[in-house]
Design a protein around this ligand. Structure first.
Ligand SMILES: [Zn+2]
Length: 278
């Protein structure tokens, strides 16, 4: 069933766990993630990142995601990830997305604040929840290095930002990075706790792929309620295709797609078990 970001984060808060948010730029990803969530009977978020527009246009994959969420036996939020332009957000709202992340983290603070306020006003008219980012991760969505380097979120600034904008969830910067980690990430999970206590809002971990189960658990205990996870799931799909091609002379593409889907579902399931504390 389709639910909005506020509702799904409330479910996570009630159980003191986190809900996984998985990018689903094609049908195999949508099927993989929803099958895993239904198998474990846990709520889940499927996301489309503005960055994936070239891989999969929102106008095409968006309606597929919304319909799949409506058909699912578990609560599903359909979320727009890292939206940098409000016109793109409007497209997602019109398609029926129930969560949006406005990302103004590369902008000066005041501009981020003003744009986030606009995003909240737009989304509320559609009963859609809003996540926003403050501070900057070491890398941008897609894995490219952030020009200014990481900027950890200041807890007091976070309080002001949340109060002024009226957002429903905050993505702070505390040491994670997007993409595949080159070395073990060092996370400031105490900062998560302080920001969680001071803002009272559900917090979001970006760059969730490659974080250790132990760090996930501490982060969740400290207030993380949404964990974005994609890179390693996608990599698992590619690996399965490579292995199948090395083993067999495959003719039909759908056999590759199915192999990838199965492997991605297994990887997503593993992540969901940790996020849900199963
Ligand atoms: Zn992200």
């Amino acid at each position: 069933m389709l639910v909005n970001l506020v509702e799904i984060l409330k479910l996570a808060e009630e159980k003191k766990c986190a809900v996984g948010a998985f990018n689903t730029p094609n049908l195999e990803c949508v099927n993989a993630v929803l099958a895993a969530a239904e198998k474990l009977n846990v709520p889940v978020i499927i996301s489309h990142a503005e960055l994936h527009e070239e891989v999969s246009p929102l106008a095409k994959i968006g309606p597929v995601m919304v319909q799949a969420a409506k058909n699912a036996t578990v609560p599903v939020c359909v979320h727009l990830d890292h939206c940098e332009t409000l016109s793109y957000m409007q497209q997602a709202l019109d398609i029926g997305f129930t969560g949006v992340m406005y990302d103004g983290s590369t902008l000066p603070y005041e501009e981020n604040l003003e744009n986030t306020k606009k995003a909240v006003a737009m989304a509320k008219a559609y009963n859609c929840g809003v996540e926003a980012e403050l501070g900057a991760l070491a890398s941008r969505e897609g894995g490219a290095a952030n020009a200014s380097g990481p900027v950890y979120t200041d807890p007091d600034e976070a309080v002001e930002f949340c109060r002024e904008t009226g957002i429903d969830a905050l993505a702070p910067s505390f040491g994670t990075a997007h993409g595949i980690y080159k070395s073990k990430p060092v996370l400031d999970l105490d900062r998560v706790k302080v920001i969680s206590e001071k803002t009272g809002l559900p917090l979001v971990m970006h760059g969730g792929s490659g974080v250790s189960p132990e760090d996930y658990r501490t982060g969740i205990k400290n207030g993380l309620r949404k964990i974005n996870y994609y890179s390693y799931m996608s990599k698992a799909g590619t690996q399965a295709v490579k292995e199948l091609l090395a083993k067999e002379d495959v003719t039909f593409f759908h056999d590759l797609a199915l192999a990838a889907e199965k492997a991605m579902s297994a990887d997503a399931e593993k992540a969901m078990r940790v996020f849900a504390g199963l």
